[in-house]
Design a binder for this molecule. Structure first.
Ligand code: AHR
Ligand code: ZN
Length: 740
């Protein structure tokens, strides 16, 4: 990667924007929580948002990774200086605690874990929010700095931090370790594998392998898909770690985990833009449920990492077809070109819009991976494998290999130009073969020419393959002709996306009733902003009969007046270029007859739903629960595949509560989804009944007593909330308590 540089174009501009944000961030503010974690007053105030919560410190880790990679990609010395300062601060902070601890939150959660007796749930460990997840970013950041800029200081800091972990964890039994791994822990297996590769110290390999989370990885190793209901971004890094461990140990189990997982996610759980997850979780196979909280951006950052391993094991254009789709339609699309801010979820809800983080007061997980993404555009445009030069991606860039004895340059304005050329500025006989990806979407059998002469080319593993004795100055040109085609959703073929080559063309729907700002501190705050009505496209004709290219330079298309109701024409744009306006990725496209039958009904239903739901929370789903300030005592949660739903309960005098928004201006109801099966719960062989009370703030709403066993089936019940309970309030706390 060090030798690849972007040239002018879409990705170059986006990378420059991303760099600005890295340069603008204040290292003193990023490291402030690390000072405070060891009881020392920081030089400056910490940032807001998640940097002011228990997950604090994850951002400095991401920033280290991002800045090191960006320095490598652009050579900007200002980044190197900032990195050096950050490292000296982190080294100073680490020296305060004698055993090497360094993170953005107090160590007591780990101290509790190291005793072997600790509290754990999916997102909480030792009383703290995903502590390994957060500290993992610091490990990864230090390792990146060490590997990319060769910093001995970073290496020493991460070694001390790893020894702290090794010593703390070494006495945990296997059971205790597995219990601990129930809580999200990022890519801890990957960083210890990396550190082993750097230091050759076997203790780190041992630790990497101990971070093998059996409950999730063992089924994958046996090709069992038990992903439904699992928190997506918790699992992907574990699988990346497994992939790295395969490279180190050669143990097939690890490879099986990675290949099976990738296939299950990409083929059966990925949306048109290349992202996955709804409300951060995997749905059932072949579902493509639309919503506001879909396709968390971190997940795609991680899936791209994983894809690289798969290609390395079995070179095939298949992997880079996915990579390219996700890169354009999710990663590139996730950064606001004006402000440089990034998305968390990318909504697939028709008529919604992108929501970006604020500069100083968000620091969501995807702000962190979003800092890293632009520097990573350089990855894998080209690659040398033995004597073969691969061109995977069609971006303007130059690269040099073998100590600058080989220098190449790709020039293209793709996707605004439908061809590209590769010039071998300097070449040696180290290259015998050049492979250019033949993308899955290619319209015509590509014309490939060398020095202006058309070539008949072989195809291998999905790559145009050209073998010859290469000379300095040789130039290969190739077509990248695109056409319109439909992507059909996995769960409903009326739900369609219009594609042009690798690009998702989204409906650009304007700014009707648009919020004042889409750059937010709190990513949830606009979830209930009213939607607009998105036209249904009523036609049975081929796309080319009703879509016309209006602006070749910007790839803007327009449909005939087939948008209903109202015979509307709609504008289509590459999704990566849709910002600060409403959009739809998925359309309902149907015949006139079907539209008459279902179209109106569906629209009305949506409108009804949109206007009545003021707030909602899904149990057992991490971000929804955290954002609704979940509080619990003796409460458990899980996921039931039979009813495709998360659940939460409370036992033995326990309770759970959520804060929910209310609108005192209208009659309010609490609508609860229950499972009929609730009534026949068995615990330790004892038949239990459900007996619980619901309160809104301190006011009693209802007492429920379920004891009619039935099959698993969901149903809803609503409770009217008296006006005086919500008067003058924006939020209330809804509590479910076992017993009275
Ligand atoms: O829990 C930490 C991160 O925050 C998760 O990986 C992400 O899904 C979440 O929102
Ligand atoms: Zn995220």
């Amino acid at each position: 990667m060090g030798k690849i540089q972007l040239l002018d174009g879409l990705f170059y501009d986006s990378q420059q924007k991303g760099k600005e944000y890295l340069l603008n961030l204040d290292v003193d503010r990023l490291v402030a929580p690390c000072y405070e974690a060891v009881g020392v007053k920081a030089k400056k105030e910490r940032y807001g948002g998640w940097e002011s919560t228990q997950i604090a410190g994850h951002s400095v880790g991401h920033w280290l990774s991002a800045s090191a990679t960006m320095y490598q990609a652009t050579g900007d010395i200002k980044l190197k200086k900032k990195l050096e300062y950050a490292l000296s601060e982190l080294e100073k902070i680490q020296s305060i605690e004698l055993d090497g601890y360094l993170s953005g939150f107090p160590r007591d959660c780990f101290d509790q874990v190291f005793t072997g007796e600790f509290e754990v749930s999916n997102f909480s460990l030792g009383g703290s929010w995903v502590p390994w997840y957060s500290i993992h970013k610091i490990y990864a950041g230090l390792i990146d700095v060490c590997q990319i800029i060769g910093s001995e200081k970073a290496l020493q800091v991460v070694i001390r931090l790893s020894d702290w972990a090794y010593n703390g964890l070494k006495d945990l039994t296997e059971n205790q370790f597995q219990e601990m791994l129930r809580c999200e822990h990022g890519g801890m297996n990957e960083v210890f594998a990396d550190l082993y590769l750097i230091t050759n110290d076997k203790r780190y390999l041992e630790l990497a392998e101990r971070f093998y989370h059996k409950a999730v990885l063992a089924p994958l190793a046996n090709k069992q898909d038990d992903l439904e209901g699992r928190h997506a971004n918790t699992q992907i890094p574990k699988v990346i770690g497994a992939a790295k461990l395969y490279n180190i140990t050669g143990n097939d189990k690890y490879k099986q985990i990675a290949t099976f997982f990738w296939e299950q996610v990409v083929s059966y759980r990925t949306y048109a833009i290349g992202g996955n997850s709804i409300r951060e979780h995997f749905g059932p196979e072949n579902s493509e449920e639309l919503g506001i909280l879909t396709t968390e951006t971190c997940n795609t950052y991680n899936m791209l990492k994983l894809t690289e391993f798969l290609f390395d094991w079995q070179p095939s254009s298949y992997y880079f077809d996915y990579y390219e789709r996700a890169l354009y339609n999710h990663i590139l699309a996730s950064q606001d070109p004006d402000s440089g801010m990034k998305t968390y979820f990318v909504s697939t809800e028709p008529g919604h819009f992108k929501v970006y983080h604020s500069h100083d007061n968000s620091f969501w997980c995807c702000t962190g991976t979003g800092m890293e993404n632009p520097a990573r555009y350089n990855r894998r445009i080209f690659e040398m494998r033995e004597d073969t030069l691969y061109v995977h991606l069609f971006l303007s860039a130059k690269a040099s290999f073998h100590d600058d004895r080989i220098m190449i340059k790709q020039q293209t304005d793709f996707p605004f130009q439908q061809s590209s050329s590769l010039k071998l500025e300097k070449v040696t006989d180290d290259i015998t073969e050049i492979r250019i990806r033949k993308p899955i979407w290619l319209k015509d059998d590509s014309q490939v020419s060398v020095n202006g002469k058309h070539q008949k080319v072989e195809e291998e593993d999905g790559y145009f393959t050209i073998k010859r004795e290469w000379q300095n100055g040789d130039e290969i040109s190739f077509d990248l002709s695109m056409e319109l085609f439909r992507y059909l959703a996995k769960d409903d073929d009326k739900k369609q996306v219009i594609m042009y080559g690798p690009l998702v063309l989204a409906g650009a729907l304007g700014r009707e009733n648009f919020p004042n700002t889409d750059i937010l501190d709190d990513h949830q705050s606009l979830n209930n902003h009213p939607l607009i009505e998105v036209p249904t496209l009523v036609t049975e004709e081929d796309l080319s009969n009703w879509i016309t290219l209006k602006d070749e330079k910007e790839l803007i298309f327009e449909t005939k007046a087939i948008g209903q109701p109202g015979n509307q024409k709609v504008t289509l744009k590459p999704f990566f270029n849709v910002h600060h306006e409403r959009y739809t990725i998925y359309w309902n496209i149907m015949s006139e007859t079907t539209y008459q039958q279902v179209g109106d009904e569906e629209k009305k239903k949506r409108a009804r739903e949109q206007n009545v739901i003021i707030d909602e929370v899904t149990p057992n789903e991490q971000q929804p629960e955290v954002d609704h300030h979940l509080k619990v005592i003796n409460s458990f949660s899980g996921y039931r595949n039979d009813v495709h739903s998360g659940w939460r309960d409370a036992r033995d005098g326990g309770y759970f509560s959520y804060e929910l928004a209310v609108n005192p201006e209208q009659p309010m109801y609490l609508v609860v989804t229950y499972n009929k099966n609730d009534a026949s719960l068995e615990l330790d062989g004892l038949k239990m009944e459900r007996d619980f009370t619901i309160r809104v703030d301190d006011h009693f709403i209802a007492r429920e007593h379920f004891n009619q066993p039935d099959i698993g089936e969901l149903y809803t019940k609503s409770y009217s909330i008296p006006t005086q309970f919500v008067e003058g309030k924006e939020k209330v706390t809804v509590t479910f308590s076992a017993g009275q």
